[in-house]
Design a protein around this ligand. Structure first.
Ligand code: NAD
Ligand code: TYD
Length: 359
């Protein structure tokens, strides 16, 4: 049975990936989820899988060499899927150090421990071992408002925020392991994700949550910054496909071909909420464009991100399957059906879950 070590599996994309993998492979695989449970780690995201015999949660910091080496020593790990990171740009502007520590130093620990566990004496590697480093399109910097300009795998690395600089550094470290040690790894650079379990500090869940409560919807700058939005399950599928079908040592861009200005996203969310809220629901009166509030721009705010997912399509056959109009409905439906999740996250109660579940 193939064993996966997933880092950051209690976060937004990591938990969606774990659900996707169990849906796809069932009992054929084993997953060990290593997460230190920062504010962004929420074990409630994984309630449905926590009793599976082929799932194990280990609370550990990826910067803790001894803890990570022990996990490799005690388990025959076949795949590493490395999500664990500090992921929010605004937080990185306020406190860059933790981003360098987790995203750069933590990745170095993961690479070192995997290399030590997988390397043979002659410098080759044990058969069928693979490391996938999950990264972002933000490492390529910012594009002009020119709809013909895209990020390719060959685009220069030009990060601007402390978050993207730390992710670019970790990408470089993975590349150095590939180039120097022939380490069996891939890097994926994905555009902005949205979907279930996303922490409401990011644009889409923040707008859904605020609008339903009649709270202001903060728009940074002129609201015309462009992001390319991908439904999270499509990202999970891409990661699995890259790991199984991709060429080792290669970088793959993952994107939705779904570029939208922030203000457009907000308007779509407001219209979709109105459409989906049943007649008579008191929240219907709260959801309104009057809530839109332009606020001071983010420092160093990247103008436009847009991915050309040509390589992953041609070499691997992956393409984004979920249209934004469908993905946003699925996301809103999930938030309607999981009001307690949002309440626990916004009140901080989700952090008690670990203490209760794993005492
Ligand atoms: P997230 O912030 O929701 O989750 C991060 C997870 O990592 C949390 O569970 C947290 O507890 C854990 N973690 C943080 N520091 C840790 C440490 N030192 N040791 C162990 N675990 C730790 O992030 P996300 O949005 O799910 O992003 C996951 C990965 O995907 C990140 O590497 C991010 O850079 C990348 N990515 C995110 C997006 C996006 O739109 N969210 C897009 C492209 C790439
Ligand atoms: P975010 O979800 O933080 O993702 P990222 O910065 O990694 O792209 O932000 C997405 C876009 O939305 C970005 O251009 C910043 C903008 N934004 C707002 O206008 N208001 C907000 O309250 C937030 C959180 C983001």
């Amino acid at each position: 049975m193939r064993t996966y070590l997933v880092t950051g599996g209690a976060g937004f994309i990591g938990s969606n990936y774990i659900h996707y993998m169990f849906k796809k492979y069932g009992d054929e695989i084993r997953i060990i989820n290593v997460d230190v449970l920062t504010y962004a780690g929420n074990l409630e995201n994984l309630k449905e899988v926590e009793d599976r015999k082929n799932y194990t949660f280990i609370k550990a910091d990826i910067c803790d060499k001894d803890a990570i080496a022990k996990i490799f020593a005690e388990n025959d790990i076949d795949r590493v899927v490395h999500f664990a990171a500090e992921s929010h740009v605004d937080r990185s502007i306020r406190n860059p150090e933790v981003f360098v520590n987790t995203n750069v130093m933590g990745t170095a620990v993961m690479l070192n421990c995997a290399k030590a566990a997988w390397e043979n004496e002659d410098g080759t590697y044990k058969e069928d071992k693979k490391f996938l480093h999950v990264s972002t399109d933000e490492v390529y910097g910012s594009l002009p408002d020119d709809e013909t300009a895209f990020f390719y795998e060959t685009s220069p690395i030009d990060p601007h925020s402390p978050y993207s600089a730390s992710k670019a550094s970790s990408d470089m470290l993975v590349k150095a392991y590939i180039d120097t040690y022939k380490f069996p790894a891939n890097i994926t650079n994905c555009s902005n994700n949205y979907g279930p379990y996303q922490f409401p500090e990011k644009l889409i869940p923040l707008i859904i949550n605020n609008a339903l409560q009649g709270k202001k919807l903060p728009v940074y700058g002129d609201g015309k910054n462009v992001r390319d939005w991908l439904y999270v399950e499509d990202h999970a599928k891409a990661i699995d496909m890259v790991q199984e079908k991709g060429k080792l040592g290669e970088r793959y861009n993952i994107g939705g071909h779904n570029e939208k200005q922030n203000i457009e996203i907000i308007e779509i969310i407001l219209d979709t909420l109105q459409e989906m809220l049943p007649e008579g629901d008191s929240r219907k009166e709260l959801v309104s464009r009057d809530l839109i509030t332009y606020v001071e721009d983010r420092k160093g705010h990247d103008r436009r991100y847009a991915i050309a997912p040509d390589k992953i399509k041609e070499e691997i056959g992956w393409y984004p399957e979920t249209m934004f109009k469908d993905g946003i409905k699925l996301t809103i439906k999930w938030f309607f059906e999981n009001e307690d999740w949002m309440k626990n996250v916004t009140s901080g109660d989700y952090q008690k879950y670990y203490a209760e579940m794993y005492k």
